[in-house]
Design a protein around this ligand. Structure first.
Ligand code: ATP
Ligand code: MG
Length: 415
Protein backbone atom coordinates (compact mmCIF):
# COMPACT_ATOMS: atom_id res chain seq x y z
CA UNK A 1 0.00 0.00 0.00
CA UNK A 2 1.25 3.47 -0.85
CA UNK A 3 0.69 5.85 2.03
CA UNK A 4 0.74 9.65 2.20
CA UNK A 5 4.23 11.04 2.90
CA UNK A 6 5.14 11.52 6.57
CA UNK A 7 3.99 14.90 7.84
CA UNK A 8 1.37 15.33 5.11
CA UNK A 9 -2.30 14.52 5.45
CA UNK A 10 -5.52 14.15 3.49
CA UNK A 11 -8.40 16.43 4.37
CA UNK A 12 -11.45 14.18 4.17
CA UNK A 13 -15.17 14.76 4.42
CA UNK A 14 -16.86 15.69 6.70
CA UNK A 15 -13.82 17.67 7.95
CA UNK A 16 -13.25 19.24 4.52
CA UNK A 17 -16.58 21.02 4.96
CA UNK A 18 -15.22 22.65 8.13
CA UNK A 19 -12.17 23.79 6.13
CA UNK A 20 -14.44 25.30 3.51
CA UNK A 21 -16.47 27.10 6.15
CA UNK A 22 -13.36 28.51 7.81
CA UNK A 23 -11.89 29.61 4.48
CA UNK A 24 -15.07 31.25 3.27
CA UNK A 25 -15.47 33.05 6.60
CA UNK A 26 -11.91 34.38 6.23
CA UNK A 27 -12.62 35.58 2.69
CA UNK A 28 -15.82 37.28 3.80
CA UNK A 29 -14.31 39.08 6.80
CA UNK A 30 -11.05 40.05 5.04
CA UNK A 31 -13.08 41.45 2.15
CA UNK A 32 -15.04 43.60 4.62
CA UNK A 33 -11.75 45.14 5.69
CA UNK A 34 -10.64 45.84 2.12
CA UNK A 35 -8.19 42.97 1.60
CA UNK A 36 -7.88 41.37 -1.86
CA UNK A 37 -6.55 37.91 -2.55
CA UNK A 38 -3.09 37.29 -4.00
CA UNK A 39 -2.00 33.85 -5.24
CA UNK A 40 1.71 33.30 -5.60
CA UNK A 41 3.45 30.12 -6.88
CA UNK A 42 4.06 27.21 -4.53
CA UNK A 43 7.79 27.24 -5.34
CA UNK A 44 10.24 30.11 -5.67
CA UNK A 45 13.95 30.63 -6.12
CA UNK A 46 15.73 29.50 -2.95
CA UNK A 47 17.44 32.88 -2.78
CA UNK A 48 14.13 34.61 -1.99
CA UNK A 49 13.78 32.77 1.31
CA UNK A 50 17.49 32.70 2.12
CA UNK A 51 17.48 36.48 1.93
CA UNK A 52 13.91 37.33 2.86
CA UNK A 53 13.54 35.00 5.82
CA UNK A 54 17.15 34.97 6.96
CA UNK A 55 19.97 32.41 6.91
CA UNK A 56 20.05 31.98 10.67
CA UNK A 57 16.36 31.14 11.13
CA UNK A 58 15.14 27.60 11.79
CA UNK A 59 13.19 27.78 8.55
CA UNK A 60 16.16 28.48 6.29
CA UNK A 61 18.82 26.58 8.23
CA UNK A 62 16.96 23.29 8.58
CA UNK A 63 13.34 23.24 7.44
CA UNK A 64 13.26 24.03 3.72
CA UNK A 65 12.42 21.62 0.91
CA UNK A 66 15.03 22.69 -1.58
CA UNK A 67 15.82 20.97 -4.87
CA UNK A 68 17.72 21.63 -8.03
CA UNK A 69 15.71 22.11 -11.20
CA UNK A 70 16.92 20.46 -14.42
CA UNK A 71 18.67 23.68 -15.41
CA UNK A 72 20.44 23.73 -12.03
CA UNK A 73 18.39 26.59 -10.59
CA UNK A 74 17.90 26.07 -6.87
CA UNK A 75 14.18 26.06 -6.05
CA UNK A 76 12.34 25.82 -2.72
CA UNK A 77 8.78 24.88 -1.82
CA UNK A 78 7.50 27.96 -0.04
CA UNK A 79 7.85 27.70 3.74
CA UNK A 80 5.93 30.94 4.37
CA UNK A 81 3.94 33.56 2.49
CA UNK A 82 5.32 37.01 3.27
CA UNK A 83 8.54 36.90 1.23
CA UNK A 84 6.65 35.72 -1.91
CA UNK A 85 4.02 38.45 -1.49
CA UNK A 86 6.70 41.13 -1.20
CA UNK A 87 8.60 39.61 -4.15
CA UNK A 88 5.43 39.88 -6.22
CA UNK A 89 4.76 43.41 -4.95
CA UNK A 90 8.17 44.52 -6.19
CA UNK A 91 8.08 42.54 -9.45
CA UNK A 92 4.70 43.97 -10.49
CA UNK A 93 5.41 47.44 -9.10
CA UNK A 94 2.30 47.35 -6.97
CA UNK A 95 3.83 50.24 -5.00
CA UNK A 96 2.75 52.58 -7.80
CA UNK A 97 -0.76 52.42 -6.39
CA UNK A 98 -1.02 55.52 -4.18
CA UNK A 99 -3.13 53.67 -1.61
CA UNK A 100 -2.13 51.38 1.18
CA UNK A 101 -2.21 47.88 -0.31
CA UNK A 102 -4.06 45.15 1.59
CA UNK A 103 -3.51 41.58 0.40
CA UNK A 104 -4.36 38.16 1.77
CA UNK A 105 -3.33 34.65 0.76
CA UNK A 106 -4.41 31.15 1.58
CA UNK A 107 -2.67 27.90 0.76
CA UNK A 108 -0.15 25.17 1.56
CA UNK A 109 3.31 25.81 3.05
CA UNK A 110 6.15 23.31 3.42
CA UNK A 111 8.64 22.87 6.26
CA UNK A 112 10.63 19.80 7.13
CA UNK A 113 9.84 19.65 10.83
CA UNK A 114 9.32 16.76 13.24
CA UNK A 115 5.64 15.92 12.71
CA UNK A 116 3.43 16.06 15.83
CA UNK A 117 -0.02 17.34 16.76
CA UNK A 118 -0.43 20.77 15.14
CA UNK A 119 2.91 20.51 13.33
CA UNK A 120 3.19 19.06 9.83
CA UNK A 121 5.47 19.13 6.81
CA UNK A 122 2.77 20.32 4.49
CA UNK A 123 0.43 22.63 6.36
CA UNK A 124 -1.82 25.51 5.41
CA UNK A 125 -1.77 29.16 6.26
CA UNK A 126 -4.09 32.09 5.82
CA UNK A 127 -2.14 35.32 5.94
CA UNK A 128 -2.64 39.00 5.26
CA UNK A 129 -0.23 41.84 4.57
CA UNK A 130 -0.69 45.61 4.63
CA UNK A 131 1.94 47.35 2.52
CA UNK A 132 2.75 51.05 2.58
CA UNK A 133 1.76 52.29 6.03
CA UNK A 134 3.64 52.67 9.29
CA UNK A 135 0.57 53.84 11.17
CA UNK A 136 -0.08 51.79 14.33
CA UNK A 137 -3.79 52.26 13.62
CA UNK A 138 -3.50 49.75 10.79
CA UNK A 139 -2.03 47.24 13.26
CA UNK A 140 -4.96 47.70 15.62
CA UNK A 141 -7.35 47.37 12.69
CA UNK A 142 -5.81 44.05 11.66
CA UNK A 143 -6.17 42.74 15.22
CA UNK A 144 -9.75 43.94 15.30
CA UNK A 145 -10.34 42.00 12.05
CA UNK A 146 -8.80 38.87 13.57
CA UNK A 147 -11.00 39.23 16.64
CA UNK A 148 -14.09 39.40 14.43
CA UNK A 149 -12.90 36.43 12.38
CA UNK A 150 -12.20 34.22 15.42
CA UNK A 151 -15.49 35.33 16.98
CA UNK A 152 -17.38 34.36 13.83
CA UNK A 153 -15.88 30.88 14.11
CA UNK A 154 -17.08 30.62 17.71
CA UNK A 155 -13.57 30.84 19.21
CA UNK A 156 -13.78 32.80 22.43
CA UNK A 157 -10.84 31.87 24.56
CA UNK A 158 -7.75 33.06 22.72
CA UNK A 159 -4.98 35.24 24.11
CA UNK A 160 -3.28 38.16 22.38
CA UNK A 161 0.39 38.68 23.24
CA UNK A 162 2.14 41.83 22.02
CA UNK A 163 5.60 43.34 22.04
CA UNK A 164 7.84 45.78 20.22
CA UNK A 165 11.29 44.75 19.06
CA UNK A 166 12.38 48.27 18.09
CA UNK A 167 14.03 49.21 14.82
CA UNK A 168 17.44 49.19 13.18
CA UNK A 169 18.33 52.36 15.08
CA UNK A 170 17.55 51.32 18.66
CA UNK A 171 17.84 47.53 18.50
CA UNK A 172 21.66 47.35 18.14
CA UNK A 173 22.09 48.86 21.62
CA UNK A 174 19.84 46.16 23.07
CA UNK A 175 21.57 43.40 21.11
CA UNK A 176 24.96 44.51 22.40
CA UNK A 177 23.71 44.37 25.98
CA UNK A 178 22.06 41.01 25.31
CA UNK A 179 25.29 39.60 23.90
CA UNK A 180 27.20 40.68 27.00
CA UNK A 181 24.70 39.06 29.34
CA UNK A 182 24.51 35.88 27.28
CA UNK A 183 28.30 35.58 27.07
CA UNK A 184 28.45 35.55 30.88
CA UNK A 185 25.90 32.69 31.04
CA UNK A 186 26.94 30.81 27.94
CA UNK A 187 27.68 27.48 29.65
CA UNK A 188 24.11 27.27 30.92
CA UNK A 189 22.51 27.69 27.50
CA UNK A 190 21.41 24.92 25.12
CA UNK A 191 23.57 24.22 22.10
CA UNK A 192 21.42 26.23 19.68
CA UNK A 193 21.38 29.23 22.03
CA UNK A 194 25.15 29.12 22.45
CA UNK A 195 25.41 29.61 18.70
CA UNK A 196 22.57 32.15 18.51
CA UNK A 197 23.99 34.19 21.38
CA UNK A 198 26.69 35.22 18.94
CA UNK A 199 25.02 35.08 15.53
CA UNK A 200 21.49 36.27 16.37
CA UNK A 201 21.01 36.89 20.11
CA UNK A 202 17.41 38.08 19.73
CA UNK A 203 16.42 34.55 18.80
CA UNK A 204 17.57 33.23 22.17
CA UNK A 205 14.44 34.90 23.57
CA UNK A 206 12.37 32.61 21.32
CA UNK A 207 14.01 29.39 22.59
CA UNK A 208 11.63 26.75 23.89
CA UNK A 209 14.18 24.49 25.65
CA UNK A 210 13.23 24.10 29.32
CA UNK A 211 16.71 24.71 30.77
CA UNK A 212 17.05 28.04 28.95
CA UNK A 213 13.88 29.50 30.46
CA UNK A 214 15.25 30.74 33.82
CA UNK A 215 18.12 32.43 32.00
CA UNK A 216 15.81 34.10 29.48
CA UNK A 217 13.59 35.31 32.32
CA UNK A 218 16.58 37.12 33.83
CA UNK A 219 17.59 38.95 30.63
CA UNK A 220 17.00 42.70 30.15
CA UNK A 221 13.75 43.81 28.47
CA UNK A 222 13.87 45.22 24.96
CA UNK A 223 11.13 47.66 25.93
CA UNK A 224 13.66 49.54 28.09
CA UNK A 225 15.80 50.14 25.01
CA UNK A 226 13.21 51.51 22.55
CA UNK A 227 14.00 54.96 21.14
CA UNK A 228 11.38 57.72 21.31
CA UNK A 229 9.88 56.92 17.90
CA UNK A 230 9.48 53.21 18.63
CA UNK A 231 8.17 53.90 22.14
CA UNK A 232 5.53 56.34 20.82
CA UNK A 233 4.54 53.87 18.10
CA UNK A 234 4.07 51.07 20.61
CA UNK A 235 2.13 53.25 23.06
CA UNK A 236 -0.24 54.35 20.30
CA UNK A 237 -0.75 50.77 19.18
CA UNK A 238 -1.65 49.73 22.72
CA UNK A 239 -4.01 52.68 23.18
CA UNK A 240 -5.81 51.81 19.92
CA UNK A 241 -6.28 48.25 21.18
CA UNK A 242 -7.71 49.56 24.45
CA UNK A 243 -10.11 51.86 22.59
CA UNK A 244 -11.45 48.81 20.78
CA UNK A 245 -11.77 46.78 23.95
CA UNK A 246 -9.25 44.22 22.68
CA UNK A 247 -7.52 42.54 25.62
CA UNK A 248 -3.75 41.90 25.42
CA UNK A 249 -0.68 41.03 27.46
CA UNK A 250 2.71 42.65 26.82
CA UNK A 251 5.43 40.00 26.70
CA UNK A 252 8.87 41.63 26.36
CA UNK A 253 10.48 38.35 25.28
CA UNK A 254 8.08 37.86 22.38
CA UNK A 255 10.17 38.03 19.21
CA UNK A 256 9.40 36.49 15.85
CA UNK A 257 11.53 33.75 14.32
CA UNK A 258 11.98 35.73 11.11
CA UNK A 259 14.71 38.34 10.75
CA UNK A 260 12.84 41.08 8.96
CA UNK A 261 10.49 42.05 11.75
CA UNK A 262 10.61 45.56 13.28
CA UNK A 263 8.61 47.26 16.03
CA UNK A 264 5.25 45.62 16.70
CA UNK A 265 5.14 41.83 17.00
CA UNK A 266 2.21 39.74 18.18
CA UNK A 267 0.93 36.23 18.69
CA UNK A 268 -2.50 34.83 19.33
CA UNK A 269 -2.43 31.61 21.32
CA UNK A 270 -5.03 29.10 22.42
CA UNK A 271 -4.64 26.84 25.44
CA UNK A 272 -6.65 24.17 23.65
CA UNK A 273 -3.64 23.51 21.44
CA UNK A 274 -1.29 22.34 24.21
CA UNK A 275 2.41 22.42 23.33
CA UNK A 276 1.95 23.90 19.84
CA UNK A 277 -0.20 26.69 21.19
CA UNK A 278 0.48 29.51 18.71
CA UNK A 279 -2.43 29.99 16.37
CA UNK A 280 -1.40 33.24 14.71
CA UNK A 281 1.92 35.07 14.50
CA UNK A 282 2.60 38.44 12.97
CA UNK A 283 4.15 41.83 13.11
CA UNK A 284 5.73 44.73 11.30
CA UNK A 285 8.47 44.21 8.72
CA UNK A 286 9.53 47.62 7.47
CA UNK A 287 12.91 46.40 6.19
CA UNK A 288 11.85 43.49 4.00
CA UNK A 289 11.08 45.21 0.69
CA UNK A 290 14.49 46.91 0.61
CA UNK A 291 16.20 43.65 1.50
CA UNK A 292 14.60 42.22 -1.65
CA UNK A 293 15.80 45.18 -3.73
CA UNK A 294 12.47 46.98 -3.80
CA UNK A 295 11.70 50.53 -2.72
CA UNK A 296 11.52 51.11 1.04
CA UNK A 297 8.03 49.92 2.00
CA UNK A 298 6.48 49.59 5.42
CA UNK A 299 4.69 46.32 6.00
CA UNK A 300 2.52 44.69 8.62
CA UNK A 301 0.96 41.26 8.50
CA UNK A 302 0.22 37.90 10.05
CA UNK A 303 -0.04 34.23 9.24
CA UNK A 304 -2.34 31.75 10.89
CA UNK A 305 -1.99 27.99 10.86
CA UNK A 306 -5.17 26.46 9.46
CA UNK A 307 -4.63 22.96 10.92
CA UNK A 308 -4.33 24.48 14.39
CA UNK A 309 -7.30 26.76 13.82
CA UNK A 310 -9.43 23.81 12.69
CA UNK A 311 -8.42 21.87 15.83
CA UNK A 312 -9.70 24.74 17.97
CA UNK A 313 -12.85 25.20 15.88
CA UNK A 314 -13.69 21.51 16.21
CA UNK A 315 -13.39 21.68 19.99
CA UNK A 316 -15.09 24.98 20.69
CA UNK A 317 -16.67 26.28 17.51
CA UNK A 318 -20.23 25.79 16.40
CA UNK A 319 -19.62 25.12 12.74
CA UNK A 320 -21.74 22.32 11.36
CA UNK A 321 -19.64 20.01 9.22
CA UNK A 322 -22.08 19.80 6.32
CA UNK A 323 -25.79 20.16 5.82
CA UNK A 324 -27.96 17.03 5.51
CA UNK A 325 -30.15 16.58 2.40
CA UNK A 326 -33.50 18.40 2.42
CA UNK A 327 -35.17 15.58 0.57
CA UNK A 328 -34.55 11.85 0.18
CA UNK A 329 -36.20 10.19 -2.83
CA UNK A 330 -37.51 6.67 -2.23
CA UNK A 331 -38.50 5.03 -5.55
CA UNK A 332 -40.17 1.62 -5.49
CA UNK A 333 -39.37 -0.31 -8.68
CA UNK A 334 -37.47 0.39 -11.88
CA UNK A 335 -39.90 2.80 -13.52
CA UNK A 336 -40.09 4.84 -10.31
CA UNK A 337 -36.30 4.89 -10.09
CA UNK A 338 -36.03 6.31 -13.62
CA UNK A 339 -38.61 8.97 -12.74
CA UNK A 340 -36.83 9.88 -9.50
CA UNK A 341 -33.46 10.45 -11.22
CA UNK A 342 -35.13 13.06 -13.46
CA UNK A 343 -37.08 14.51 -10.56
CA UNK A 344 -33.79 14.88 -8.64
CA UNK A 345 -32.30 16.70 -11.63
CA UNK A 346 -35.20 19.18 -11.69
CA UNK A 347 -35.07 19.73 -7.93
CA UNK A 348 -31.29 20.28 -7.93
CA UNK A 349 -31.62 22.79 -10.76
CA UNK A 350 -33.91 24.73 -8.45
CA UNK A 351 -31.38 24.63 -5.63
CA UNK A 352 -32.96 21.88 -3.55
CA UNK A 353 -30.45 19.51 -2.02
CA UNK A 354 -31.71 15.97 -2.55
CA UNK A 355 -30.34 12.44 -2.38
CA UNK A 356 -31.36 8.95 -3.44
CA UNK A 357 -29.82 5.51 -3.48
CA UNK A 358 -28.71 3.70 -6.63
CA UNK A 359 -29.56 0.22 -5.31
CA UNK A 360 -33.17 -1.04 -5.18
CA UNK A 361 -34.58 -0.82 -1.64
CA UNK A 362 -37.78 -1.69 0.13
CA UNK A 363 -39.77 1.25 1.51
CA UNK A 364 -38.72 0.38 5.05
CA UNK A 365 -35.03 0.26 4.21
CA UNK A 366 -35.24 3.49 2.16
CA UNK A 367 -36.82 5.34 5.10
CA UNK A 368 -34.16 3.96 7.42
CA UNK A 369 -31.47 5.40 5.11
CA UNK A 370 -33.30 8.76 4.94
CA UNK A 371 -33.21 8.82 8.74
CA UNK A 372 -29.54 8.00 8.84
CA UNK A 373 -28.72 10.81 6.41
CA UNK A 374 -30.81 13.15 8.60
CA UNK A 375 -32.91 14.16 5.60
CA UNK A 376 -35.74 16.55 6.47
CA UNK A 377 -38.26 14.90 4.15
CA UNK A 378 -38.65 11.64 2.22
CA UNK A 379 -40.58 11.40 -1.04
CA UNK A 380 -42.23 8.07 -1.77
CA UNK A 381 -42.56 7.23 -5.46
CA UNK A 382 -44.43 3.98 -6.18
CA UNK A 383 -46.45 2.60 -9.11
CA UNK A 384 -49.61 4.45 -8.02
CA UNK A 385 -47.72 7.74 -7.65
CA UNK A 386 -46.25 7.40 -11.14
CA UNK A 387 -49.73 7.16 -12.64
CA UNK A 388 -51.41 9.86 -10.56
CA UNK A 389 -48.46 12.31 -10.72
CA UNK A 390 -48.95 12.87 -6.96
CA UNK A 391 -46.27 11.80 -4.51
CA UNK A 392 -46.27 11.04 -0.79
CA UNK A 393 -44.11 13.56 1.07
CA UNK A 394 -43.16 12.43 4.55
CA UNK A 395 -41.71 14.76 7.18
CA UNK A 396 -39.06 12.72 8.95
CA UNK A 397 -39.25 14.51 12.31
CA UNK A 398 -42.86 13.51 13.07
CA UNK A 399 -43.87 11.19 10.21
CA UNK A 400 -46.58 13.54 8.96
CA UNK A 401 -47.43 12.59 5.37
CA UNK A 402 -49.09 14.69 2.64
CA UNK A 403 -49.81 14.21 -1.04
CA UNK A 404 -48.08 16.67 -3.41
CA UNK A 405 -47.62 17.22 -7.15
CA UNK A 406 -44.15 17.95 -8.55
CA UNK A 407 -44.90 21.70 -8.58
CA UNK A 408 -46.21 21.71 -5.02
CA UNK A 409 -43.14 19.78 -3.97
CA UNK A 410 -40.78 22.55 -5.11
CA UNK A 411 -42.87 25.17 -3.30
CA UNK A 412 -42.94 23.15 -0.09
CA UNK A 413 -39.21 22.51 -0.14
CA UNK A 414 -38.54 26.21 -0.69
CA UNK A 415 -40.83 27.15 2.18
P1 ATP B 1 6.31 27.61 15.87
O1 ATP B 1 6.98 28.43 16.92
O2 ATP B 1 5.07 26.91 16.35
O3 ATP B 1 7.23 26.74 15.08
P2 ATP B 1 6.60 29.59 13.84
O4 ATP B 1 7.11 30.78 14.53
O5 ATP B 1 7.53 28.73 13.08
O6 ATP B 1 5.72 28.69 14.83
P3 ATP B 1 5.23 31.15 11.84
O7 ATP B 1 6.30 31.01 10.84
O8 ATP B 1 5.02 32.44 12.50
O9 ATP B 1 5.35 29.99 12.93
O10 ATP B 1 3.84 30.67 11.19
C1 ATP B 1 2.57 31.17 11.61
C2 ATP B 1 1.66 30.07 12.04
O11 ATP B 1 1.68 28.98 11.13
C3 ATP B 1 2.01 29.43 13.36
O12 ATP B 1 1.57 30.20 14.44
C4 ATP B 1 1.29 28.11 13.27
O13 ATP B 1 -0.09 28.26 13.57
C5 ATP B 1 1.43 27.76 11.81
N1 ATP B 1 2.54 26.82 11.60
C6 ATP B 1 3.87 27.08 11.52
N2 ATP B 1 4.57 25.96 11.28
C7 ATP B 1 3.66 24.95 11.20
C8 ATP B 1 3.74 23.53 10.94
N3 ATP B 1 4.89 22.93 10.71
N4 ATP B 1 2.59 22.82 10.94
C9 ATP B 1 1.39 23.41 11.17
N5 ATP B 1 1.25 24.73 11.40
C10 ATP B 1 2.36 25.50 11.41
MG1 MG C 1 8.54 26.93 13.47
Amino acid sequence: MIRAVKGTHDILPPESAVWNRVESTAREIFDLYGFSEIRTPVFERTELFARGVGEDTDIVSKEMYTFEDRDETSLTLRPEGTAPVVRSYIEHQLYQDPQVLKLYYLGPMFRRERPQKGRYRQFHQIGAEVLGSDNPAIEAEVLEMLELFLGRLGIKESTLLVNSIGCSRCRPRFLQRLKQELAAKKDLLCEDCQRRSETNPLRVLDCKVESCQPIIDGLPSILDFLDDGCRAHFDKFLSYLKERGIGFTVIPRLVRGLDYYTRTTFEITSRILGAQNTLIGGGRYDGLAELLEGPPTQGFGFALGLERLILVVQQTGNLMASLPPQLFLAPLGEAAFARSTLLARDLRRQGIRCAYDFEPRSLKSALRLANKLQAQFALIIGEAELHSGKFQLKRMSDGEQVEVSAEQLVERMRG
